[in-house]
Design a protein around this ligand. Structure first.
Ligand code: UDP
Length: 477
């Protein structure tokens, strides 16, 4: 496979789903493979190419073989506004179906590229279940990238074996996930949107089936973090999995760390300068990822809770200057001057988390944010919003014991999903003060060391990456 002059260069296509939480780690992954001499091609749409290009800028100048190949996203064809090419631009639920329709239209251009370039492997996101068959048409192995934790992959797999009428252990409020190590109980309401026969659930089912026919999965995690679940996935469920994270660690200097994702709304130096004025472990960082837009009522509760906690904070909000300040309590910004900052838009998250002033992270438990917090050694206040985030919360609070839940039990938008300001205040005080806080911080610091060790030469993730490259080389040349 490949032309004769490329014989010994493994060529991999990386094809991320069109959401920042999937593109960012996939670009990191492509950089990691490229560093090891693999030719990496990132497949994306024209609207996403510029920020990806910025993110890989440095890798390119280091002569790594990494390129971007664009394929068109048919927004107009499915009735979406021109330029809507990532999930965070979906402002109305009625846009979801056409968005996924346009996603399925990416299959043909992908196949044309496969025909033309004949890579040795395709690492395609779980949201492209058809990619296994597309790759198979050309005799190319497909690896799946889910973008979530092994814990959550195991939990969803175990849930599928659960008899809804006869759970292993259940009451009206919670169920124990059968066969999942750790006796994990989860609120029924936080599972509400799984298994209801919606289009999304059909897609998830197809994704699972396609994974079973694929070559295996690559996971943004490290073995020591999720040992029991890594073993369950490979030894018990019999799936081939390579754990090659934390992927964010492939970004080594300030510039690389600052240019993941959108352009930051605040200059990284300004952000770090403000944090420099604060005591170690004193600042609460608050961010709900790239996609979630909390309603004003919820933002207000967060503001009141943060103020009541008395702790300095750095809070990222999906608002612009034009949105005014009506969503904040009266006089909030004036009272908080010097004590707290609000970043409207996008923040250089990895840099912020690594600053020693950060003492806790209020997170929605998106897997990237969760792992970035682990990597930085920062304990979390967990506030899941939807999907796998409720599972990731359980990993953080009950298995790793480096976080406290704020008490969210329902997917956002469902009746009764609210969390009040006093729960925010209570969680902040619990994670910042007292003996329990010290234990959690020490555990988080230990995990941070293990995370870094995993990525070093001889570490588990580094070894898995090398083993995967060697295996792909041996089966494809
Ligand atoms: N992120 C960032 N700045 C922001 C918001 C998000 O750098 O202001 C990055 C964050 O570091 C992470 C990703 O965007 O890498 C979000 O992924 P995650 O899985 O946490 O959540 P999602 O956006 O998928 O809900």
């Amino acid at each position: 496979m490949g032309s004769s002059d490329e014989h010994h260069t493994l060529h991999i296509f990386f094809f991320p789903f069109l959401a920042y939480g999937h593109i960012i780690p996939t670009v990191d992954m492509a950089k990691l493979f490229a560093e090891k001499g693999v030719k990496a091609t990132i497949i994306t749409t024209p609207g996403n190419a510029p920020f990806i290009s910025k993110a890989i800028g440095k890798a390119k100048t280091n002569n790594n073989q990494i390129q971007i190949q664009t394929i068109n996203f048919s927004s107009a064809e499915v009735g979406l506004p021109d330029g809507l090419e990532t999930t965070d631009s979906i402002t109305n639920p009625c846009m979801i179906e056409p968005f996924f329709m346009a996603i399925s239209l990416l299959q043909e251009p992908l196949e044309q590229l496969l025909l033309k370039q004949r890579p040795n492997c395709v690492v395609a996101d779980m949201f492209f279940p058809w990619a296994t068959d597309s790759a198979a048409k050309f005799g190319i192995p497909r690896l799946v990238f889910h973008g979530t934790s092994l814990f959550s992959l195991c939990a969803t797999t175990c849930m599928r074996f659960m008899d809804p009428n006869n759970d292993v252990s259940s009451d009206s409020e919670s169920v124990t996930i059968p066969n999942l190590p750790g006796e994990i109980k989860i609120a029924r309401t936080s599972l509400a949107s799984y298994g209801t026969g919606t289009d999304m659930n059909n897609l998830l089912k197809e994704a699972k089936e396609s994974e079973l026919r694929s070559y295996g999965i690559v996971v943004n995690t490290f073995y020591a973090l999720e040992k029991d679940y890594a073993d369950l996935y490979s030894k018990v469920l019999g799936r081939k999995a390579w754990h090659i994270g934390p992927l964010s660690l492939c970004n080594r200097d300030i510039e690389e760390k600052a240019h993941r994702g959108k352009d930051a709304s605040v200059h990284e130096h300004e952000c770090l300068k403000w944090l420099d004025t604060k005591k170690p472990n004193s600042v609460v960082y608050v961010c709900f990822g790239s996609t979630t837009r909390l309603p004003d009522s919820r933002l207000r509760e967060i503001a009141i809770g943060l103020e009541a906690s008395g702790q300095p904070f750095m809070w990222v909000v999906r608002k612009s200057k034009e949105d005014g300040v009506e969503w904040l309590p009266d006089g909030f910004e004036r009272r908080m001057e010097g004590k707290g900052v609000i970043i409207r838009g996008w923040a250089p998250q990895v840099l912020i988390l690594e600053h020693n002033a950060i003492g806790a992270f209020v997170t929605h438990c998106g897997w990237n944010s969760t792992l970035e917090s682990v990597t930085a050694g920062v304990p979390m206040i967990t506030w899941p919003i939807f999907a796998d985030q409720f599972f990731n919360e359980k990993l953080v609070t009950e298995v790793l014991k480096i976080g406290v839940p704020v008490g969210a039990k329902k997917w956002i938008g469902l009746e009764g999903d609210s969390v009040s300001w006093d729960a925010v205040e209570k969680a902040v005080k619990r994670i910042m003060n007292g003996g329990e806080a010290i234990v959690m911080r020490n555990s988080a610091m230990e995990l941070s060391k293990l995370a870094r060790r995993a990525m070093e030469e001889g570490g588990s993730s580094h070894s898995d990456l090398i083993a995967l490259i060697e295996e792909l080389s041996s089966i494809t040349f």
